[in-house]
Design a protein around this ligand. Structure first.
Ligand code: SF4
Ligand code: SF4
Length: 459
C-alpha cells in the first residue's frame, strides 16, 4: 500500500476510534499477536478463551438473539461472524491443528485488513450477552468482543473520550468529568438543602466518615444530572438508619476500563478500593450503574490488590432491597400513580443477576407496574451498552440500528415512565425517547422510592 493510500484509508470513517498512539500499519500484526499471546497466558482468560475461541457450531442461534443483527441484517453484526475474526487468528497461531491444517479447521493468517474489520466490528457490539443465552455451546461473544477491544487498544484503536476521561479520573481531579472538588462539595451542599426543603428533615449526605458501614460511589454524572436518584438514595439510607459515606477523594464509580483495557480497569478499581480502605469501610455500594457494579463483582478478586480482598461490592438496589425485607422501609405508593415499566440493565440483569430485587422495590413504591416484553434474562439492551453510549460518533447508529428493538419494546408497554437504574441506560433511553418521539419519561429506581418513602411519619 502506498503512503497516500494508507493516509486515505486512515481518514475513512471506519476509523473513528484512534488514539494519538496509533501504531504504524506495518507494526500492527506483530503487536496484535503478541498481545493476544499475553492475554491467553493470563489466568482469567486462558480457560474461557480456549473454550469460546476453540468452538462454535455455526448454528447462528446467536444471530436471532442479537438486537443489532435483528435490525440491520448486516453480516458485520452476526455475533459468530464477529467472533470468528478473532477465532481464526487464535486457531492459526495458538492451536496445533490450526498450525498444521490451516483453513481446513478455520485457521487463517492475520492481515492488516482483518484488523481494520475488527475495529469496525468490535465497536458494533453492545457487549450485552443476550446472544449467549441460547448458545448450545455457551459461547460468550461479548467476552470475545471485549478481548478484541483490549487488543485493539494496544494498537491505538480506542474511543478517545473513554481514555481522556479515564486519564482525568486517575489524575489529580479524580473523576471522569474533571469536576473540581470544590464544585463537588457545593453540589452535595445543594442536594442537602433540597432534601431539607422538600422533607423538613436534615437528611445528610455524609462525607469522609471513617468506619461507615457503606462506602458509596455513583457515576459522577449522577451527582450532577440525576439529582432525584441521589436524593432518593439519601432518603433510603436515612429511613433505614444506615451509616454511609461519600468519599471526597473518590466519588466517581465509572470504570471505562471494562470496555477497552484491563490495565486501566485495574488502576481505576484499585483507586476506589484504596479510598474505601482509607476510610476503614468494608462494603462498597455502587449507585445506579450497571458497568461499575459488574467491575466490582467480577474483577475485584482478580485485580484488587491483596490488602483489599476483604471488601464487598454491592449495588445500591441490593442494599435498598435488604432494607425493605428487614422492614426498615415504608412507602406510600399513591405518590407514584403513573404506569411504570422496568428496563433490565444488561450489567445488572444478565451481568449480576439482579432481576427480582428492583421489581419488589418497585411494586412496593408504585401503583401501576407493567412488565416490558421480553424481560429479565431476555431483555433487550438499551442499545448503548459496552460503553457505546458515550461514543458520539455512534449516536445515529445507536438511535436506529442498536436501539430500534428497545424503542419497540418501550412503545408496546404504554407506560408513562420507564425506570432504568443505570446511568448509561438512562442516557441512551432518554435519547431514544427524544429521537423516536415516545410519550414517556426515563427515571431511576431511587427517584421513585424517594418520592414515595415515608420518613419519620411524613410521606
Ligand atoms: S449460537 Fe453459539 S455455537 Fe451457534 S453460531 Fe452462535 S456462538 Fe456459535
Ligand atoms: S453481545 Fe449483544 S450486541 Fe453483541 S453480539 Fe451478542 S447480542 Fe449482539
Amino acid at each position: 500500500m502506498t503512503k497516500e493510500n494508507e493516509q486515505n484509508q486512515e481518514k475513512d470513517p471506519k476509523y473513528p476510534f484512534r488514539s494519538e498512539k496509533l501504531l504504524p500499519r506495518e507494526e500492527r500484526v506483530v503487536r496484535f499477536l503478541s498481545t493476544l499471546q499475553d492475554i491467553l497466558g493470563a489466568k482469567i482468560y486462558n480457560l474461557p478463551l480456549d473454550t469460546y475461541l476453540g468452538t462454535c457450531a455455526k448454528c447462528n442461534n446467536c444471530a436471532e438473539q442479537c438486537q443489532v443483527y435483528q435490525t440491520s441484517r448486516d453480516q458485520r453484526d452476526l455475533p459468530a461472524w464477529r467472533s470468528d475474526l478473532l477465532r481464526k487468528v487464535y486457531k492459526k497461531y495458538f492451536t496445533t491443528s490450526g498450525k498444521l491444517l490451516g483453513r481446513l479447521v478455520g485457521a487463517e493468517a492475520l492481515t492488516g485488513e482483518d484488523i481494520d474489520n475488527m475495529v469496525d466490528a468490535f465497536y458494533r457490539c453492545n457487549m450485552c450477552r443476550r446472544c449467549g443465552v441460547n448458545c448450545p455451546l455457551a459461547v460468550d461473544n461479548a467476552l470475545v468482543t471485549r478481548v478484541g477491544r483490549v487488543i485493539l487498544e494496544r494498537l491505538g484503536f480506542v474511543p478517545t473520550n473513554m481514555t481522556v476521561s479515564t486519564r482525568a479520573q486517575l489524575g489529580e481531579v479524580g473523576n471522569t468529568s474533571a469536576i473540581p472538588k470544590a464544585a463537588f462539595i457545593d453540589t452535595l451542599d445543594f442536594l442537602e438543602e433540597e432534601l431539607r426543603d422538600e422533607t423538613g428533615i436534615a437528611i445528610p449526605i455524609p462525607r469522609d466518615v471513617e468506619g461507615a458501614e457503606f462506602f458509596f460511589a455513583a457515576p459522577v454524572s449522577d451527582y450532577i444530572m440525576e439529582a432525584d436518584t441521589l436524593l432518593g438514595i439519601a432518603k433510603t439510607f436515612y429511613a433505614a438508619g444506615a451509616s454511609w459515606t461519600v468519599s471526597m477523594e473518590n466519588f466517581d464509580a465509572i470504570n471505562y476500563g471494562l470496555f477497552y483495557s484491563d490495565a486501566d480497569l485495574e488502576k481505576v478499581l484499585n483507586r476506589l478500593l484504596e479510598a474505601a480502605n482509607s476510610l476503614k469501610c468494608k462494603t462498597i455500594v455502587i449507585g445506579e450503574c450497571g458497568h461499575a457494579t459488574k467491575v466490582g463483582l467480577l474483577f475485584q478478586k482478580v485485580y484488587g490488590r491483596p490488602e483489599y480482598q476483604g471488601m464487598n461490592f454491592k449495588n445500591i438496589i441490593e442494599v435498598s432491597h435488604s432494607f425493605l425485607t428487614e422492614g426498615k422501609l415504608a412507602f406510600d405508593s399513591t405518590k407514584n400513580p403513573e404506569t411504570i415499566t422496568y428496563h433490565d440493565p444488561c450489567n445488572l440483569g444478565r451481568g449480576s443477576g439482579l432481576y427480582e430485587q428492583p421489581r419488589e422495590l418497585l411494586k412496593a413504591a408504585v401503583m401501576h407496574f407493567v412488565e416490558m416484553t421480553p424481560n429479565r434474562q431476555m431483555n433487550y439492551c438499551c442499545g448503548g451498552g459496552g460503553g457505546l453510549v458515550v461514543v458520539e460518533d455512534l449516536h445515529d447508529w445507536r438511535m436506529s440500528t442498536a436501539g430500534q428493538k428497545k424503542v419497540e419494546q418501550l412503545r408496546a408497554t404504554g407506560a408513562k415512565l420507564v425506570c432504568a437504574p443505570c446511568a448509561n441506560c438512562k442516557k441512551q433511553i432518554r435519547e431514544l425517547v427524544h429521537a423516536h418521539k415516545l410519550d414517556m419519561e426515563v427515571v431511576g429506581l431511587h427517584d421513585l422510592l424517594g418520592k414515595a418513602i415515608v420518613l419519620s411519619g411524613k410521606a
